[in-house]
Design a protein around this ligand. Structure first.
Ligand code: EPU
Length: 418
């Protein structure tokens, strides 16, 4: 397994471009299953989770075409879906495989998807996805670790889901996305209350609408979807990754220097920008796609509580924790989305407590945002930090070593076996 070797203490200066949003590209690629026509998806980040998604779609008999995988542009066409199944082998490496459940149920009225197990950050059940699909007429059983779902024929329209009034007990991002995709081809109207308002959900709605879906309420917690008979092909460019942009914002704020972040969407970063400014970072919105961050003379403590969008993202919590370790005063960081998302804290404590010791080795727990937090910690730590098992960061950050090196970081990838 590859490692990162980082020599801390370098100021980051220069320009870094943000890739497409992983958590937007995943549902957008899955939505290609909803039509027999060709769908073109652009600005896909070249990260492992998207390669996994492309394999999943290909297994279902969708034709997935790209120049070289990983790619930033994919053409997907699924005239027939002969294997409406997401295997344990793929789901265990990527929980977001569950995003194929909604489209499969809508398109073929049957699906067999491995149940994602718990993961490092919490139990992460999918009960709300399943309950909502049941309300839409699906019969769901779980057997041998698989979700087995089907819709019985309902009259002349065949195996179609039907619209329903769904109130999510808890806000769920992929749950909202699954139900949006399922409802787009259902009979009648679905009203989804307490829906997630994340920009990635809105990006999916924009794409579905281009495919012919009738959806209103984007960006609010009540979505209305009027099911249509068929969806057609489209082209869609994925929005910029707000978590990658936020990670670079923290990198700039904690290492000093002067970093310009391009290809990003400042309006998706409101809570992060406000918090970093409160902590003393100098941040300027240069234009609609560019942000400049300069380190503070002195960082000061600022408390953070993670929340659903538009609040402070849980996916930025580990990175913010590094900033808090550099700030004067005590910051309280409260995680409200996942029950077990503090594993990085003990590794950072080890790094802080031994700040004068070089050659520190950090063991990376299996949460890709925690890994990003540890990379940031390595950038400000005195001496060397070796981050082992960087598999998780490769799942979600495109070219992070190259991007950080280009702006002055001393970071190397150490390949397994070297
Ligand atoms: N929840 C339930 N039942 C459900 C669904 C969710 O109890 O049926 C709970 C979860 O256990 C959690 C909370 O609701 O406590 C919110 O979970 P949510 O469903 O919103 O998370 P998700 O859809 O599985 C997405 C992102 C995560 C991000 C969270 C929260 C994707 C592919 N993943 O996960 O991203 O942390 O929303 O914003 O969109 C990452 O990129 O590193 C990552 C983990």
């Amino acid at each position: 397994m590859d490692k990162f070797l980082i020599k801390g203490g370098k100021e980051l200066r220069g320009t870094v471009a943000v890739s497409g949003a992983k958590n937007s590209a995943l549902p957008v690629m899955a939505a290609a299953l909803l039509t027999a026509d060709k769908v073109v998806v652009r600005n896909v980040p070249k990260v492992r989770d998207l390669v996994t998604m492309s394999k999943l779609l290909a297994f279902m008999d969708a034709k997935v075409t790209a120049n070289a995988i990983p790619a930033s542009d994919y053409e997907i066409q699924a005239p027939r879906l002969n294997h409406a199944e997401a295997s344990y082998e793929l789901v265990k490496t990527m929980r977001a495989s569950i995003l194929t459940l909604g489209p499969l149920m809508a398109r073929v009225g049957a699906a067999r998807v491995s149940l994602p197990g718990g993961c490092a950050i919490g139990a992460r059940p999918v009960d709300l996805h399943l309950k909502a699909l049941e309300q839409m007429g699906a019969e769901i059983a779980t057997s041998h670790g698989y979700i087995e779902a089907k819709v019985h024929g309902n009259g002349s329209r065949g195996r179609r889901l039907r619209g329903a009034h769904i109130v999510f007990e808890k806000i769920t991002v992929t749950g909202t996305e699954n139900i949006l995709m399922a409802a787009a081809l259902a009979d009648g109207e679905t009203v989804l209350e307490n829906a997630a308002r994340e920009p990635e959900v809105t990006d999916l709605i924009v794409m579905l609408r281009k495919m012919g879906a009738e959806i209103c309420g984007d960006g609010t917690s009540t979505l209305r979807i009027h099911g249509v008979k068929e969806l057609h092909g489209t082209e869609h460019t994925v929005i910029p990754d707000r978590i990658e942009a936020g990670t670079f914002l923290v990198a700039g704020a904690i290492t000093g220097g002067d970093l310009t972040i391009t290809n990003c969407e400042p309006k998706h970063l409101g809570a992060v920008i406000a918090k970093l400014q409160q902590a003393g970072a100098r941040i300027d919105i240069v234009d609609a796609t560019t942000i400049r961050v300069r380190g503070a003379e002195k960082l000061v403590a600022a408390d953070v509580t993670t929340e659903e969008y538009p609040g402070f993202a849980t996916d930025m919590q580990a990175q913010y924790m590094v900033l808090a370790t550099q700030a004067e005063g005590t910051s309280l960081i409260t995680e409200t989305i996942f029950e077990n998302r503090f594993m990085h804290a003990s590794e950072m404590m080890r790094m802080g407590a031994n700040i004068s010791i070089e050659g520190h080795t950090a063991t990376v727990p299996s949460d890709l945002r925690a890994s990003a937090g540890l990379v940031l910690a390595g950038l400000v730590a005195t001496g060397e930090t070796l981050i082992d098992r960087v598999y998780h960061i490769d799942r979600g950050y495109e070219g992070i070593v190259e991007k950080l090196k280009a702006v002055g970081a001393d970071i190397e990838r150490v390949h397994a076996g070297t």
